[in-house]
Design a binder for this molecule. Sequence first.
Ligand SMILES: [Zn+2]
Length: 134
Amino acid sequence: MEPYTEDIAEEDVLEQVSFEIDKDAFQGPFTCHGKTEKVSKQLVLKGITFPYESWQCGQCKKEFLDSQQAQELEKIWLIEKLLEGKMIHFDRSVNYDGKAYFFRFPKEFTNHWNQDMTAHVELLRANEFLVKVE
Ligand SMILES: [Zn+2]
């Protein structure tokens, strides 16, 4: 639906960071010029430091992510988009049914949903959440 589309240039989001994500290899160590070593790194976004781990080649310094590391980093990139106001967003009133608070998702987002789906919620900080519905 048009109202919810937005141009997000990939280079704006990823900036100077690039990684090799091998979809077939779920576990390190990976092989580059030799075996990669697990290293602790950090990304600083808007003054907030996010620690992450990757596998790095000692010779060319190329970084590789296993599937768990990739998930962690994807989360950091989502938070980066959030901090930069680049997320597609909508406002809804919060309703109260006498027992619980809830809000409704716009129909445009829920066309392919079914009743067996689960919402996974992560608390970012007070009153701020990341919600994944699958
Ligand atoms: Zn290498």
